[in-house]
Ligand binder design. Structure first.
Ligand code: NAD
Length: 413
């Protein structure tokens, strides 16, 4: 059995709290694994670490306890239930002690306002912050005698970088760290610290994370798997399933309006246009990839505090068929934001652990179905993305006739 640690960046947030409570509840047999992709075919045939055996820790810039975070979720949206929180309360307290102070470098004022006390950058250079993050990951690994630590970014969305090309290669990133370049975003510092020491990294947010050219190079150099960006959980998931239908039937989509309203802290942070820009870009990219001829494709995101952790999306599709006949389609999606996202973070941790154990490094393109903006993947059709995952699993389990099993050293990058 491999001992795997999951390090959540944004550990006291809604997704991380829901994932931790959920994994602890699964371990106790209190709840089922519904919503986890790795618990059904094809992934269930892979030799993955058990959800109930994962060890949790993380970084955050807020001090509230995990129990408090879980109780606020329950009060605002009913998930997780009070009974579930009560059942895992002692373990939450233990995990609380493993949450370290993080950095909010270049995250924008909306995110900095969340911080209780000074984040790491208040009294440290960029190089010192990176050093500290590396020490935090290493201490977790050593203290719990873990075979590997998977870093999963579920921190608040950062503003877009004005010039990501500045960090196009590893040397440029390392020079920037040494030169105390305070435009480097926190998500990329966490990613650098992880990849430099061989910890696999998943970016569940639209923030830059490991997508910078220099970090992709670092992942290949250090033989570490990584993946991202921006989990595909609600309206964009439906869109990625539905848009190929219009394309396949040669129905010309003229307009696709998508209006999302949500009431949690994520929604509050996205009220700032600088933080919202990255989210709009990754949501908007889905239709560009599937319906390139579309005339009008707009996504709106609005903060409606009374909705708490529930997200409602209303999509309106105006399309044309045979004999220039105009038709319309609408759908409404109402989801518990964190209950949709949390199981996917556990899936990603398990799948990255598996890849790392097999020596697979670089971008894990077969995980595209998990993301709105999969790095370096142009395919946005959900069913084709799921085929990529199935093919990967079949190759690893030898179920693909005629396909040789790749050696553990084989790189995916
Ligand atoms: P949240 O606001 O509840 O949690 C974010 C947590 O990150 C907070 O505890 C905050 O204090 C912490 N944080 C912020 N900046 C940090 C930093 N630099 N370092 C360490 N901690 C930091 O948000 P959430 O609902 O849990 O969502 C988390 C992220 O996942 C957001 O970026 C969101 O856009 C993204 N996401 C969510 C979904 C979904 O379905 N819920 C889907 C795709 C992406």
């Amino acid at each position: 059995m491999t001992d795997v640690g999951v390090w959540f960046v944004g550990a006291r947030g809604n997704i991380a709290t829901t994932a931790i409570v959920g994994a602890l509840a699964i371990a106790r047999g209190e709840t089922a694994t519904t919503g986890m992709v790795t618990e059904r075919p094809p992934c269930e045939t892979l030799d993955l670490p058990d959800v109930g055996d994962l060890t949790f820790a993380g970084h955050d810039i807020r001090n509230r306890s995990l129990r408090d975070a879980a109780e606020r979720l329950e009060a605002g949206g009913g998930v997780p239930s009070n009974d579930t929180i009560e059942a895992v309360a002692d373990e939450l307290e233990t995990i609380d002690e493993r949450v370290c102070r993080g950095t909010a470098l270049n995250c924008g004022p909306r995110v900095r306002e969340l911080a209780d006390g000074p984040p790491l950058e208040a009294d440290r250079s960029v190089a010192e912050i990176v050093e500290r993050l590396r020490d935090d990951y290493a201490a977790f690994r050593d203290r719990h005698d873990l075979d590997r630590v998977i870093v999963v970014n579920v921190a608040s969305t950062e503003p877009e970088l004005s010039n990501p090309k500045r960090y196009a290669d590893r040397a440029a990133i390392e020079r920037a760290i040494e030169a105390d370049d305070r435009e480097l975003p926190a998500s990329s510092l966490y990613a650098y610290a992880a990849l430099a020491d061989g910890h696999p990294y998943a970016n569940f947010t639209p923030s830059p994370g490991s997508s910078l050219g220099g970090l992709r190079e670092l992942a290949v150099d250090e033989d570490v798997p990584h993946t991202g960006a921006d989990g595909k959980t609600g309206e964009s998931l439906v869109k990625a399933a539905l848009a190929p239908m219009f394309a396949g039937r040669n129905l010309r989509v003229m307009s696709w309006e998508a209006h999302n309203v949500l009431g949690n802290t994520d929604g509050h942070v996205l009220e700032d246009d600088r933080n919202k820009a990255g989210k709009l870009a990754s949501k908007g990219g889905i239709l560009d990839g599937i319906l390139p001829e579309i005339d009008h494709d707009r996504v709106r995101i609005d903060y409606t505090p009374s909705l708490g952790d529930w997200k409602t999306a209303w999509d309106y599709v105006h399309f044309e068929g045979f004999l220039e006949t105009e038709m319309k389609m609408q759908f409404t999606w109402e989801g518990s934001d964190s209950a949709l996202a949390a199981p996917l973070t556990l899936d990603l941790a398990r799948l990255l652990s598996h890849a790392d154990e097999r020596g697979e490094s670089g971008l894990q393109r077969h995980l595209a179905s998990f993301f709105k903006a999969p790095v370096d993947v142009d395919e946005h059709d959900l069913s084709r993305q799921l085929d990529m995952l199935s093919e990967y699993v079949e190759e690893r389990t030898g179920e693909r006739p005629g396909e040789p099993l790749p050696s553990p050293e084989a790189r995916t990058d």
